[in-house]
Design a protein around this ligand. Structure first.
Ligand code: PMP
Length: 458
């Protein structure tokens, strides 16, 4: 059923006069959520459900852009935060919580001999690049995936206004599971690459051979893309940095580096580490991380105790309750259920649910002239919204998503697929069935290999 979003729309109208784009995060705004159909303002959340300002209730698969690994308003995390609020949030010298959380990182994260904390994921990726440049005394970097809003990454996209051109000359993008694309960068910029910074998993994991199957099942522990990348870094004197902002505390307690037993020199953490309270971290081998004594990384809220208290409570609960096992189990039910429905409705040419069950992606192919992926996404999103599901093409499973929510979600998808099938089998234009504006990509990367996957994540 169509939702009334009158209050959302009224607030948005006011916002547009005083808040450019009307949102603080591109992927929380009207580019990602169809204007006219989706809620623009959420009022509260509990577990995996959210309520918008008009009082509509949804099962959420976006989960605040992925950090809510336990769920909204988790009682244990809330308790820890409230206790800390009563003691004080930010102090004039350091607080013991910094050491407590650093010890947890050293315990769980293979590369973590030492830790420093930031606030956003981009803090961690920025300092990882600066540190690599400081250690190697080189300026160029190679990257793969999305890494944040700072100059060196956004400079390589079409949203690069205000960024000096030289950034583009220093940052080089390579393609996941394509070692040749990285080899080319190393040979073109010989002895100039300070580090390779990459998401260790983009959608699927590393494959055994660059030109082999892309199925993550085929991953081989002794011979895979991540190992090839590590060897290439070593050979060329560059540091390997894993951006574990998405994979950390979601795919494995020790991140992708633990899953694949490929230990980088430095790595970056945020999102799931604190169930939605701002904090991030950089970890690394002592021989590298110790350079942070001399490489500037310092800000007022660096040791803010609210984020630290949330991180401590979140990591403890995840370990105690085997949260990651739950994510794979429930996420697996969703992934299988979706792919079964796609087959039943014979929509395999159009859709596939791919990636790891703890964070699967709804892949949309372009078929025929009317089925542009963003238009198809908008239609599926619209039908899901009308059936109480908040969705933006990926499934950020949390500990609060239970089988009952998956069942309701699959029922909603079935209705959406029926409608979609009906439209395409009559060769009709999907646009004519949209009640709101089509979704848009946030940005496209110049010489992009994975623009769709990355732009959905921002
Ligand atoms: N790295 C990755 C892999 C991310 O997905 C993101 C954000 N989506 C970032 C870094 C940047 O994190 P933040 O938005 O917290 O700065």
């Amino acid at each position: 059923m169509k939702k009334s979003i009158a209050i959302s729309n009224k607030i948005f109208k006011e916002a547009l006069n005083i808040i450019p784009y009307g949102s603080q995060t591109y992927s929380k705004g009207v580019k990602a959520f169809s204007d006219g159909v989706c809620p623009k303002y959420l009022h509260r959340g509990k577990g995996c459900e959210v309520w918008d300002v008009d009082g509509n209730r949804y099962i959420d698969y976006v989960m605040g852009n992925q950090p809510l690994i336990l769920g909204y308003s988790d009682p244990d995390v809330n308790k820890a935060i409230i206790k800390q609020l009563n003691l004080g949030s930010t102090f004039s010298v350091s607080n013991k919580l910094e050491v407590d959380v650093a010890k947890l990182f050293v315990k769980y994260i293979p590369d973590a001999d030492g830790v420093r904390f930031g606030k956003n994921g981009a803090d961690a990726t920025s300092i990882a690049v600066r540190l690599s440049r400081a250690i190697t005394k080189r300026d160029h970097i190679a990257f793969c995936g999305y890494h944040g809003w700072h100059d060196w990454f956004i400079g390589t996209t079409d949203l690069n206004s205000g960024i000096p051109k030289f950034n583009n000359q220093l940052a080089h993008s390579f393609s996941y599971n394509n070692i040749t694309s990285l080899e080319k960068i190393f040979s073109k910029h010989k002895n100039k690459i300070a580090c390779v910074i990459m998401e260790p998993i983009t959608v699927n994991g590393p494959i055994s051979k660059p030109s082999g199957s892309t199925k993550w099942k085929n991953f081989n522990n002794k011979d895979n893309f991540l190992i090839d990348v590590k060897n290439l870094c070593k050979k060329n004197g560059a540091l390997l940095v894993f951006d574990e902002v998405v994979t950390g505390f979601r795919y494995d307690m020790g991140g992708a580096q633990k899953m694949f037993d490929v230990i980088p020199d430095l790595s970056c953490w945020a999102k799931a580490m604190s169930n939605g309270v701002p904090i991030s971290a950089i970890t690394g081998k002592w021989e590298y991380i110790k350079y942070l004594e001399k490489t500037f990384f310092s800000f007022t809220y660096g040791g803010d105790c609210i984020g630290l208290a949330a991180a401590k409570a979140t990591i403890h609960k995840m370990n105690k309750n085997n949260v990651i096992d739950h994510l794979y189990k429930v996420g697996g039910e969703l992934k299988k259920g979706l792919n079964d429905l796609i087959s039943i409705y014979q929509l395999n040419d159009y859709f596939e649910c791919v990636g790891y069950p703890c964070r699967s992606i709804f892949k949309i192919n372009e078929v025929g002239k009317y089925n542009k992926p963003l238009i198809s996404k908008t239609l599926i999103q619209q039908e899901l919204i009308y059936n109480g599901i908040l969705w933006s093409q990926y499934h950020s499973i949390s500990y609060s998503h239970k089988s009952i929510h998956i069942k309701k979600t699959l029922e909603a998808f079935e209705k959406a697929f029926k409608k979609f099938k009906n439209i395409v089998s009559k060769n009709k234009k999907i646009e004519n069935y949209l009640d709101g504006k089509p979704c848009e990509t946030v940005f496209t990367r110049v010489s992009d290999f994975q623009s769709v996957a990355t732009s959905q994540k921002k």
